[in-house]
Design a protein around this ligand. Structure first.
Ligand code: ADP
Ligand code: MG
Length: 381
């Protein structure tokens, strides 16, 4: 294995390490959002600031500098990152990513009442959908975000959650598994089932997400296997609900039943008023600016064999973007398209949870119609 290993270790760009703007970027345009919105001049104005947790502009953009294929290219190390580096970096990144959302003027909106989901699947869509999943990202306000966290903070979160998972009720009871106690075969089995995370993401590693791997990482799996929680993948919690088939409303309802229970448990256990890092303008605070707001990604896995004869994943992604959605590969972000496509929300801030589900339904209905149209037009030749 390489040492240091760029898939797990925090490796800083040589210039950023010295708190200097990377010389190889001088005079060059970048497609990476963070590097496009902050240039050398801006960097030099703000580079000596540090949050109380120790996050700097150099640390924030290291992921984009180290990984030329990044899209966003920056991460928050702690909650304060969003205010201290708001003007120079994050506000502009958020505006660009979340469809023009202006954090200085707008307020996060929320609506988790599934009865108000009025956009429905078409009959064709239902036939093509293999599985449905909705997840939210949450960070517990009593702990630092993981990029400025320690082995101890990760372990404390893991210990806390292991205790609280035991109190889940209403069909959500299950078991917590730690990465340090799983065999390689068990891990692979859970990855193949699309349940588990396993680190090894260079973009995350460059912000310190994977520090102290695999300590303090784990997954809760309900007995039904329909409700899961990742602990310390990147954000403290990724709470998710999934099942085979197209019942996205049922999946959504179960997710928020679980979220509510965990939120209440955390408040009681830690004797706090708010369980999660949150601000009225940014909504839920997450390490990656793409996950702010609702922190939610509703997705389905579908097969589109006819469309894929004519269009690439990138072509489909362009279509999906019209509905504020995206196309991911068969095993999630940065994975290859093997058979199934993962269609899900692109933005998560500025629209409520139920609006996001509706965006995704509309996007999928249209892609599936396109697939049907291609069959029809081929048959009529
Ligand atoms: P996240 O946004 O939660 O980090 P990833 O893209 O990393 O998501 O995917 C995590 C896992 O969830 C992957 O194994 C992916 O295939 C799986 N997944 C995503 N959507 C679905 C779905 N609708 N049905 C089944 N598995 C899914
Ligand atoms: Mg992910």
């Amino acid at each position: 294995m390489e040492f240091p290993n760029p898939k797990y270790d925090l490796i800083m760009d040589e210039d950023l390490k010295k708190n200097k703007w990377p010389s190889h970027l001088d005079g060059k345009d970048s497609d990476i959002i963070a590097l496009e919105v902050t240039g050398k001049r801006e960097f030099e104005k703000y580079c000596n600031l540090k949050t109380k947790g120790g996050w700097s502009l150099a640390r924030a953009i290291n992921t984009g500098v180290m990984n030329p294929t990044s899209l966003i290219g920056c991460h928050a190390g702690d909650a304060e990152s969003y205010s201290l580096f708001g003007d120079v970096l994050f506000n502009k990144v958020i505006k660009r990513y979340h469809d023009g959302y202006n954090v200085t003027k707008r307020k996060h909106v929320t609506n988790i009442n599934a009865d108000e989901i009025t956009t429905k699947w078409t009959a064709h869509s239902k036939e093509h959908i293999l599985s449905s999943r909705v997840r939210v990202a949450r960070n517990i306000a009593s702990f630092p975000l993981n990029p400025t966290g320690s082995k101890e903070s990760r372990l404390a979160i893991c210990d806390l959650m292991e205790r609280l998972f035991q109190n889940l009720q209403g069909g959500l009871t299950g078991k917590f598994y730690r990465h340090t106690e799983m065999s390689i075969d068990e891990q692979q089995y859970l990855v193949d089932k699309h349940y588990l995370f396993r680190g090894g993401d260079r973009m995350q590693a460059a912000s310190g997400y994977h520090q102290h791997w695999p300590h303090g990482r784990g997954i809760f799996i309900s007995d039904s296997e329909l409700f899961l929680v990742w602990v310390n993948e990147g954000d403290h919690l990724r709470i998710m609900s999934l099942e085979t088939g197209a019942d996205i409303e049922g999946v959504f309802r179960r997710l928020f039943r679980g979220v509510k229970q965990l939120e209440e448990q955390i408040k009681i256990e830690l004797a706090v008023e708010s369980a999660f890092w949150f601000t009225p303008s940014h909504g839920h605070l997450t390490c990656c600016p793409s996950n702010l707001g609702t922190g939610m990604r509703a997705s389905v896995h579908i097969l589109l064999p006819n469309v894929l004869k004519l269009l690439s994943k990138a072509d489909l992604d362009k279509i999906a973007r019209k509905y504020s959605c995206q196309v991911r590969g068969s095993f999630g972000e940065h994975s290859k398209l093997i058979d199934r496509l993962d269609i899900s929300n692109w933005i998560r801030l500025g629209r409520s949870e139920i609006e996001l589900v509706q965006d995704m339904i509309l996007c999928v209905n249209n892609l599936i119609e396109l697939n049907e149209y291609i069959v029809d037009s081929n048959e009529s030749k």
